[in-house]
Design a protein around this ligand. Structure first.
Ligand code: AMP
Ligand code: ZN
Length: 475
């Protein structure tokens, strides 16, 4: 498998620590709201990676964290705590907020055929209570382990303490800014306004390992005892702890969006070095953004991103959205627009129609196509190559049964339900003409029936008189 390694700045061969295995940590959702469509892009991309590795025969050990405490409104340390804000808005406890939105993550993942991090299909009955067994560790369940790791970082000499917090001193890591290649002074520009909050913070880029329940956070709702006083963990230590506690101090792949490169992953790497003397991650892999038509990142804070139910209410099928994200490489920016979604929908339905024409009998897979499919996957998840291959297969002269068997193999990775029959929704205007046409035909008024047929065709549909009655589908 070849993937783009952010630290190597190029596509590299992914050589796992243990042959045949692939341990993966995916930065997961902060569950204080229903995730937006930009988050979903990330999860579909990494679901494709996960399914591809399974298909290629790897023993995949994957987890995805759930952040349910300690995430501030900005990626910096002294924002407002997202859970506290949402809890007071909804008049409940922060933990209830987390539980509620974990359930919506499960709903959205199920709707989009995204596998659980442990590789299983998410059962209907799974709720927030059972997620751990499916590969979703929750930050609040790892507080003890976080304190352990912070103590290690402290005894290795990478920290200092103020009245407000225990900090990681980034100047102790010589190549701290390796991800971005920035000089530390450049990086510090962006976080300068924070210095005022804690006058004893030494460098603007230093970050919190443990925030004390004092000062600005005296009323913080969730807190735990620690060697540094009552308080709560910083966001970055959550990921370092859960990843290494479960996957070990040397794991293969860490995924996340490119927004995490300059702060969150830079800090996770620093913590790994502080705690274990080396970075626990072998390959850092990042997905590009989902953006607006004006190329702005879709994000909760900008208020420019709708959630999955929002898009479904516009009449799109969940598989239109999955198709859009699955058909474009994880390193390519995607614009979210009506045109993009309509294009995805048409391309998907066109493939599906061809698959339906293959009938129901599943023959034998065609080895040549499976080999070429694997080559595309191994080539940095070249999904456009996969779809070109799929279209070539559907046009080929192979028999229907074997073609179907091969398509179904492709769909193990694509997850697009290509063999499941789908009622195409017909727009209201067409439905009206369709009814009028049926009445006209019953009355043997063929002139009127023909007129209706023409109106239906002009609206972009094909009329098919089949033994089971008249059917309509998009051209
Ligand atoms: P967060 O809950 O903000 O940490 O986001 C969860 C995941 O979604 C992270 O891996 C982010 O990098 C990713 N993400 C957030 N917004 C976008 C976006 N507009 N496009 C792609 N990925 C995103
Ligand atoms: Zn993370």
């Amino acid at each position: 498998m070849k993937l783009y390694s952010t630290l190597d700045r190029k596509i590299v061969d992914i050589i796992p620590n243990k042959e045949g295995e692939m341990s993966i940590y995916s930065c997961g959702p902060t569950v204080y709201f229903r995730m937006h469509i930009g988050n979903i892009r990330a999860y579909v991309n990494w679901d494709i990676l996960h399914r591809a590795l399974l298909y290629l025969g790897y023993d995949v050990k994957r987890i995805m964290n759930i952040t349910d405490v300690g995430h501030m409104t900005s990626d910096e340390d002294f924002g407002e705590e997202k859970f506290d804000i949402q809890a007071s808005k909804e008049g409940v406890q922060p933990i209830d907020i987390a539980n509620k939105y974990i359930n919506t993550v499960l709903d959205d993942f199920r709707t989009l055929n995204i596998l659980a991090p442990n590789g299983q299909v998410i059962p209907e009955e799974l709720t927030y209570e059972g997620v751990r067994e499916y590969g979703w560790p929750r930050a609040t369940e790892y507080i003890e382990q976080m304190i352990e790791i912070i103590r290690k970082i402290e005894s290795n000499g990478y920290t200092y303490e103020t009245e407000q917090a225990l900090y990681f001193d980034v100047t102790k890591i010589p190549d701290y800014t390796i991800f971005t290649g920035q000089r530390l002074e450049e990086k510090e520009e962006g976080v300068r306004e924070e210095v005022g909050v804690d006058p004893n913070k030494k460098n603007p880029a230093d970050f919190v390992l443990w925030m004390k329940k004092v000062g600005k956070y005296a009323n913080h709702i969730m807190s735990w005892q620690s060697p540094w006083g009552e308080g709560f963990p910083g966001w970055h230590i959550e990921c370092t702890t859960m990843s290494t506690a479960i996957l070990g101090k040397d794991f293969d792949i860490h995924t996340g969006g490119i927004d995490h490169i300059p702060v969150h992953h830079t800090n996770e790497r620093a913590q790994n070095i502080g705690a274990f003397g080396h970075d626990a991650v072998k390959y850092w892999i990042h997905n590009e953004w989902l953006v607006t038509k004006d190329d702005a990142k879709l994000s909760k804070s900008e208020g420019n991103a709708s959630d999955l139910p929002g898009y479904l209410s516009l009449g799109y099928d969940p598989m239109d959205i999955r198709y859009l994200f699955a058909s474009i490489n994880y390193r390519t920016r995607i614009q979210m627009s009506k045109e993009a979604l309509d294009g995805a929908r048409n391309a998907r339905l066109s493939i599906k129609r061809k698959v339906q024409e293959l009938g129901d009998t599943v023959g034998n897979v065609i080895p040549e196509y499976i080999d070429r499919f694997k080559i595309e996957l191994e080539n940095n998840l070249n999904v456009s190559g996969v779809f070109a291959l799929l279209n070539e297969l559907l046009k080929s002269s192979n028999n229907k049964e074997d073609t179907l068997a091969t398509v179904l193999e492709f769909d193990k990775v694509l997850g697009l339900d290509l063999n499941i029959e789908e009622e195409e929704d017909i727009n209201q205007e067409v439905e009206e003409y369709a009814k009028q046409r049926d009445v006209a035909r019953e009355n043997k008024d063929y002139t009127k029936a023909d007129e209706c047929r023409k109106m239906i065709e002009d609206a972009g549909y094909i009329v098919m008189d089949t033994p089971e009655g008249t059917k309509y589908r998009r051209k």
